[in-house]
Write a protein that binds this ligand. Structure first.
Ligand SMILES: NC(=O)C1=CN([C@@H]2O[C@H](COP(=O)(O)OP(=O)(O)OC[C@H]3O[C@@H](n4cnc5c(N)ncnc54)[C@H](O)[C@@H]3O)[C@@H](O)[C@H]2O)C=CC1
Ligand SMILES: O=C(O)C(=O)COP(=O)(O)O
Length: 533
């Protein structure tokens, strides 16, 4: 197997490069290429992985050129620079490092709050200029003031903790924050953003940029704030209406602002620039040596794990699979893919629903990952580009309802997976298990019990149970030079519906299938292919 190849297209710590190399991955460290979208589009086709920070924009047009790409790793938290929908469609996993820079960013928000409260940057510049303007820079204390935290997740939570240490009163607006957690954090949870806006002396933002949070501090909301408020944004540009804020600063309603992030970055011009008591930093929230080591190390480990073992951690568009799970579940993931593939190859009408039953051992596994594999197996027969990442989205787009049931061991097998697909015309089902040799087996088709090893090339036939079937199949394969590796038969009742599944060493040619059809013994003759590698 050739080594996977990764491109580092932003300024990551070289620790990442070392880790990729140590894990046997080819790596190109081109930290300026992320800013050059033409160059990135030109070279991205060579890479299995792309490691980025916030400068590289992973757009649909970049992804169009990313023919081999399997994973985008964000050494940091925010992934708003990655088009996750386009990546999912293309089957590319997007992962981030949700904890590596959270302390550093929270500390930056606190530093910005102090800087704004005491006008430190302007006072420093004035002192450097030899002006000694002692009376010009009158500040405010933080002790006893109310801090309004919008978004109390990882970073917001640390900011709350630090602010409590500074003896501030903290009110948090975060619909996903439980009363219990708020109680533990010693913050007051407000249900209504207006409540926070009216009461806060300082407001700090720590939400991701989404359709719900975009412009959360709109012109209208900014107007509801308390006179003399100071606003800190170390989360994302686009959360605050910068022009409206600039007007409120000029009018004296807002006493100051401290921004690390801007609607347009790199920010060369901005309505907030050069206003009194506005502190600006160039997206430095995560820029400490500690945080950069953390995120570089973590992203390189996560990407290497995925490329080398299939383990998935911190992905935004795929369920997590630990390295341990990847090892144990490997054969089951393969089985799920084969079951889906059987159904996909057999079905040529629109699928309405996929019902999946997990029994015994299978039910104890990471079912989300098994579902993804199974759905991918089904969808691949329509679109070979579909994989575990894109399959759920493709199924959703087609309006397919997916339901799963799990149950304790119910039969002779320690566990099995059964999938039933519902179309306009019929229901079709297949079940399979993994034997102790780690090989997936089909154990039931159409409710008929069988025991079939899965091969790259197979032939599936249905017939009425009558003499001559084995002979006809054996004779026809022999006549056409097709070697049979394994032959499985099953029937419902004597003389009733019967099936045969042949595992053959080469594809069964059309001529051989025509000869079988001519015998008049078969209701259905279907060549199948499975990805057994
Ligand atoms: N300036 C910088 O260099 C850095 C900025 N960031 C940014 O900081 C932000 C926060 O990151 P984390 O704390 O790690 O994220 P997180 O996911 O841990 O927390 C976000 C919180 O926002 C809450 N939330 C979501 N929608 C909301 C809404 N409509 N209203 C109120 N709350 C809502 C969520 O419930 C969650 O608790 C992100 O935008 C991230 O990109 C992160 C690292 C560095
Ligand atoms: O982690 C994040 O969300 C950040 O915004 C940090 O961005 P950066 O890696 O410093 O470009």
């Amino acid at each position: 197997m050739t080594a996977p190849k990764v491109l580092v297209s932003d300024k990551l710590s070289e620790t990442a490069v070392q880790i990729f190399r140590d894990r046997g991955i080819d790596v190109d460290f081109l930290p300026d290429v992320g800013k050059d979208k033409e160059k990135l589009a030109e070279i991205i086709g060579q890479y299995d992985g792309l490691a980025i920070r916030s400068a590289t924009k992973v757009t649909p047009s970049i992804l169009e050129h990313a023919h081999k790409l399997k994973v985008v790793g964000r050494a940091g938290i925010g992934t708003d620079n990655v088009d996750k929908e386009a990546a999912s469609k293309k089957g590319v996993i997007v992962m981030n490092t949700p904890f590596g820079n959270m302390i550093t960013t929270a500390e930056h928000a606190i530093a910005m709050m102090f800087a704004c409260a005491r006008q430190i940057p302007e006072a420093s510049a004035s002192t450097h200029a030899g002006k000694w303007e002692k009376s010009k820079f009158m500040g405010v204390e933080l002790t006893g003031k109310t801090l309004g935290v919008i978004g109390a997740g990882n970073i917001g939570g640390i900011v709350c903790d630090r602010a409590r240490g500074l003896k501030m009163k903290v009110v948090a607006y975060d619909p996903f924050l439980s009363e219990e957690k708020a109680g533990k954090m010693q913050v007051e949870k407000v249900e209504d953003l207006d409540d926070l806006l009216k009461r806060a002396d300082f407001i700090t933002l720590h939400v991701p940029l989404t359709d719900q949070t975009r412009n959360i501090l709109s012109k209208e909301n900014l107007a509801k704030t308390k006179k003399g408020v100071r606003i800190i944004n170390c989360a994302r540009g686009g959360l605050v209406d910068e022009a409206a804020l600039a007007e409120l600063i000029k009018s004296g309603h807002v006493a100051g602002a401290a921004f690390d992030v801007f609607a347009e970055e790199p920010a060369k011009e901005n309505p907030l620039f050069n206003l009194p008591n506005v502190v600006c930093t160039p997206h430095l929230g995560a820029s400490t040596s500690e945080a950069q080591e953390n995120v570089a190390l973590q992203v390189a480990e996560q990407m290497s794990d995925y490329l080398l073992t299939g383990a998935v951690q911190n992905a935004l568009n795929m369920p997590s699979v630990t390295a341990e799970e990847a090892k144990v579940m490997g054969p089951w993931i393969k089985l799920a893919d084969h079951l889906g593939s059987f159904i996909g190859q057999m079905t040529d009408e629109a699928i309405k629903a996929i019902n999946i039953l997990y029994d015994g051992e299978a039910a104890t596994m990471n079912l989300e990952a098994l579902n993804c594999s199974l759905i991918a197996g089904i969808m691949k027969s329509v679109n070979p580009e579909v994989n575990m990442v894109s399959a759920p989205m493709v199924a959703r787009e087609r309006g397919i309802k997916i339901s799963t049931t799990n149950q304790e061991q119910s039969g002779a097998f320690e566990g099995y997976i059964k999938v039933t697909v519902v179309t306009e015309k019929r229901e079709r089902s297949i079940a399979g298990t993994v034997f102790s040799d780690g090989k997936p087996r089909f154990i039931q088709i159409k409710g008929i019990n069988i025991d079939a090893e899965v091969g790259r090339h197979m032939l599936y036939t249905t017939n009425n149970d009558e003499p001559g079937i084995i002979g006809a199949l054996g004779h026809t394969m022999g006549k056409n030079g097709v070697n049979i590796a394994n032959f499985t038969l099953g029937r419902k009742d004597a003389g009733g519906e019967a099936i045969a599944l042949l595992y053959v060493d080469e594809p069964v040619p059309a001529e051989a299938r025509a000869q079988l059809a001519e015998t008049g013994l078969f209701n259905q003759i279907k060549p199948l292919q499975f990805d057994v590698a």
